[in-house]
Write a protein that binds this ligand. Structure first.
Ligand SMILES: [Fe+2]
Length: 143
């Protein structure tokens, strides 16, 4: 957060200047069990951040802002450990980390549809120890 704040300020803006939404934080209080929390936040939203991170990194690079691209890459690299943590704990709480246990533990009305970026970063998800079958299921999920 400090790095993001410093970058925003270096670019001439300040904290609070831009509207942000709390859509994702509004969903988490619906978690009643630890398995729901790790599925929804860790594998779901943080897993999607692996896809979004690559996308934003590429957008910054295309805009000629290598410093912001590097910062997004740093944060996305850290995000992998959060996804790996969720994978481990979904296994412990639910017996396995599969498409079924993941989907069963998402807080209603969330579905795998919102747990991915426009393009799946399969390599980042693999490096975060996400099972291949779960990556496939998230990629292929249709409402
Ligand atoms: Fe995270």
């Amino acid at each position: 957060m400090d790095l993001y704040l410093a970058r925003v300020e270096a670019l001439g803006s300040r904290w609070g200047e831009f509207a942000v939404r709390d859509w994702f934080w509004q969903r988490l209080p619906g978690c009643e069990r630890p398995a729901q929390f790790v599925a929804t936040l860790g594998l779901g939203f943080e897993g999607a951040n692996l896809d979004h991170g690559l996308r934003f990194e590429q957008l910054f690079e295309r805009a000629g802002d290598a410093e912001s691209a590097a910062l997004v890459r740093l944060v996305t690299d850290e995000e992998r450990s959060h996804v790996a943590f969720a994978r481990l704990w979904l296994e412990r709480f639910s017996g396995e980390c599969s498409a079924q246990t993941f989907t069963d533990n998402l807080v209603a009305p969330l579905s795998p549809l919102v747990m991915r970026g426009p393009v799946i970063d399969r390599e980042a998800r693999r490096r975060a120890t996400m099972p291949e079958a779960l990556i496939d299921a998230i990629e292929q999920y249709r409402a």
